[in-house]
Write a protein that binds this ligand. Structure first.
Ligand code: IMP
Ligand code: MG
Length: 181
């Protein structure tokens, strides 16, 4: 096993936190659960870009049931004063009515992103919606969001790597790193 070293991104240092091997074996476990839960349902995975691209790619490699995947993005723009910062869903090209949806997220932090996404998706009347997130920060959660498939629960510290970025950088790292205090 290769020992990962501290990485520096812009003004910050990050220390090794979750190794690539550990990420991969946890993802296989999650995919087995999903394979069981959706055996005859032909689920539609919705990968939320940008952060979830690596998790989605690796997860799909171990999904053995019939399924489809589509990639969407949440664009935030400054709304009117009364609505504040609004997020809109872009890129949804799949028909989701009556489908079993599995949302693929890199991380659920405050839960704000999903709390805006879920009502939006429900308007299209899917049969069911479940959430798979590689990372969950339970202490940071501020919205009533239930994550059905959780890779790792971590403390409320900033992380990068494996799709997660610091100011746009670090998404390409194979391991996950934690901000050094
Ligand atoms: P939310 O607070 O659950 O809506 O998460 C919002 C977004 O913040 C996530 O999709 C990530 O893009 C980003 N985020 C939250 N925590 C971290 C982190 O520790 N590292 C990198 N990005 C993060
Ligand atoms: Mg994200």
């Amino acid at each position: 096993m290769v020992e990962s070293a501290v990485v520096t991104i812009k003004d910050k240092s990050f220390k090794p936190f979750i190794e690539a091997d550990k990420i991969q074996s946890r993802i296989v476990e999650i995919s087995q659960e999903i394979n069981r839960d959706f055996e005859r349902n032909n689920p539609l995975f919705l990968s939320i870009l940008n952060g979830s691209f690596m998790f989605a790619a690796d997860l799909m490699k171990s999904i053995s049931i019939d399924c489809e995947i589509s990639f969407v993005k949440l664009a935030s723009y400054q709304g009117t004063k009364s609505t504040g910062n609004v997020m809109t869903l872009i890129g949804l090209d799949a028909e989701i009515e009556d489908r079993h949806i599995v949302i693929i997220e890199d991380i659920v932090d405050t839960g704000k992103t999903l709390s805006e996404l879920l009502p939006n998706l429900k308007r299209h009347r899917p049969e069911s919606i479940r959430i798979a997130s590689l990372i969950l920060k339970p202490e940071a959660l501020q919205h009533d969001i239930h994550v059905d498939y959780v890779g790792f629960e971590i403390p409320n510290d900033f992380i990068v790597g494996y799709g997660l970025d610091y100011d746009g950088l670090g998404r390409n790292l194979r391991d996950i790193y934690q901000l050094k205090s």
